[in-house]
Design a protein around this ligand. Structure first.
Ligand code: NOJ
Length: 530
């Protein structure tokens, strides 16, 4: 083990800074709008860097800001080595990077290898070229089935609904695991891998500290593209096991070895994978020493608010990394899932639980990813049909509402929408009037707010030796409670039982609710030095 792993993040060597870093996910459209068009952008992020430094995060993950027709809000990339004008330009990106680094914040960016936009010059060339041409070989074009080829080449469904194949005028079909505007690239073609490496070097040379890899369990497709176990409802977030031939094919690891080789050419850079694979051993394979440094573990996202579920999530996440060089990597929310305040019941209850969950997440050993707005306790928003933009909504025949509800812009200040997010009130998704109490400004002035809790938690985590060490020891706890101790001495207790429980022995460092009466209330968590 690297001796540095016994130190808190602030004192880590540059090489492994990410092992217990707190990353902050900036969903760029929704974080801050610097240009007044109602859509967040790089200038907005740059303006708000002092807030992020003050909050105490170590690094950012900025979601895609590359040129894109926005069929999937930037996850349809038309040019992976440039900036979408709506978000800024390369000079703005460089300035943001320099400012972030000056404030001690590292910056990681999204890498979207599995697919491109249909608007990428490569795909346009493929459409113009003949079947069997080198242009088509960059994607997955196939002849259809049936006597006249009018049926898709296999039975794979698109994650966003409907078939994963679209037919082109000359009769061939192309594969798109996501929207038709997101054709899958052919990773069996060396040119595709070489292009990915070029993209990585482009951003690494500019000074980015790492990548978040989109659909990191995609990329490799099985030989012959055979049918999969029939599935209708295949949603983005689930792992459908080995019967789902679209994901987690063994060949994907060769791609990760190439990615890691490029990352390792540069000092202190990292990659985290979005790997929706729930089998511990299969997931661990992505974390071998020559593959990803981190993989999101989504078990906290899928766990219900029960001691059994949460304990199970922690046990499996730690078991996954135990035989690998990687630390665990904890997530409560992101731009694809219902925000956890809402998952935990919404309203006062959801908020109380989310406060406790924050202390659980930040007490666990390893890296943690916060999603913008977690620190404000933002709930999901019920948006009216007419404003929905997620491609899932139309692709599902308007039966699945999609992910817009967790992507509503951040409220910064003031009394009315857009709450300082933008100079216009016409934001890309409408903001609820009742968010006036949730703004950054309102919460900064309130010592009991969610933001103040996060600020205190991050400060402690960065400075206290109680957080040292990557292990965890479970402690005896009352029924319905979780309690564990970190090697550095931190004790965390979460009360998920229906009644208050006695406060354990030790010096209280932080609590998600009032523990001054010697009890930990229902749905609360406490940190102690044991
Ligand atoms: C995962 C991303 O997080 C999601 O937002 C996107 O729609 C898909 N990958 C496709 O790129």
């Amino acid at each position: 083990m690297n001796p540095d792993t016994t130190l808190p993040a602030a004192r880590r060597s540059d090489a492994d800074w990410w092992r217990d870093a707190v990353f902050y996910q900036v969903y760029i459209r929704s974080f801050a709008d610097g240009t007044g068009d109602g859509v967040g952008d790089l200038a907005g992020i740059r303006d708000r860097l002092p807030y992020l430094a003050d909050l105490g995060v170590d690094a950012l993950w900025i979601t895609p800001f590359y040129p894109s027709p926005m069929a999937d809000h930037g996850y349809d990339v038309a040019d992976p080595r440039d900036v979408e004008p709506v978000f800024g330009d390369l000079a703005e990106f460089d300035a943001l990077l320099a400012d972030a680094h000056a404030l001690g914040i590292r910056v990681t960016v999204d890498l979207v290898p599995n697919h491109s936009s249909h608007d990428r010059e490569w795909f346009r060339a493929a459409l113009d070229a003949a079947p069997g041409s080198p242009e088509r070989e960059r994607y997955l074009f196939r002849d259809g089935r049936g006597p006249d080829g009018s049926e898709p080449p296999n039975n794979w469904p698109s994650v966003f609904g409907g078939p994963a194949w679209t037919r082109v005028p000359d009769g061939q079909w192309y594969l798109h695991i996501f929207a038709p505007e997101q054709p899958d690239l052919n990773f069996a073609n060396p040119e595709v891998l070489a292009d990915l490496e070029e993209t990585m070097r482009f951003w690494l040379d500019r000074g980015v500290d790492g990548f978040r890899i989109d659909v990191a369990h995609g990329m490799a497709k099985p030989e012959g593209l055979p049918d999969m176990v029939p599935m209708d409802d295949t949603g983005l977030l689930d792992d459908h096991g080995p019967g789902d031939r679209r994901f987690d094919q063994d060949g994907v690891h060769a791609v990760h070895r190439r990615i890691r080789a490029v990352v390792d050419e540069y000092e202190g850079r990292m990659a985290v994978g979005e790997v929706w694979v729930s089998d511990d051993e299969r997931l661990a394979q992505y974390l071998r020493e020559d593959e990803l440094q981190l993989a999101f573990n989504f078990r906290l996202v899928t766990a219900h608010w029960t001691a059994t579920d949460l304990r199970d999530a922690v046990v499996h996440s730690l078991a996954t990394v135990s035989g690998t060089p990687a630390p665990a990597c904890w997530v409560l929310s992101n731009h694809d899932v219902v925000r956890h305040v809402t998952r935990y019941g919404g309203g006062e209850v959801g908020l109380r639980r989310a406060r406790a969950a924050a202390l659980l997440q930040l007490a666990l050993p390893g890296a943690a990813y916060l999603y913008n707005g977690d620190e404000l306790g933002l709930p999901n928003v019920d948006l009216p049909d007419e404003v929905l933009q997620d491609p899932v909504w139309e692709r599902s025949g308007r039966t699945v509402r999609g992910r817009d509800g967790c992507r509503v812009p951040m409220p910064w200040s003031g009394e009315k929408p857009s709450f300082g997010f933008s100079a216009t009130s016409d934001t890309w998704l409408p903001m609820p009037e009742e968010w006036a109490d949730l703004t950054v400004e309102a919460q900064a002035a309130d010592a009991t707010s969610m933001q103040s809790l996060y600020r205190a938690a991050l400060a402690l985590r960065a400075s206290s030796r109680a957080f040292a060490g990557e292990g965890l020891q479970w402690l005896p706890a009352p029924d319905g409670c979780l309690a564990f101790r970190r090697p550095g001495g931190l004790v965390c207790l979460v009360n998920l039982s229906p009644a208050a429980v006695p406060l354990p022995e030790g010096q209280v460092l932080l609590a998600s609710a009032d523990v001054s009466g010697g009890e930990v209330p229902v749905d609360a968590a406490v940190w102690l030095r044991g």
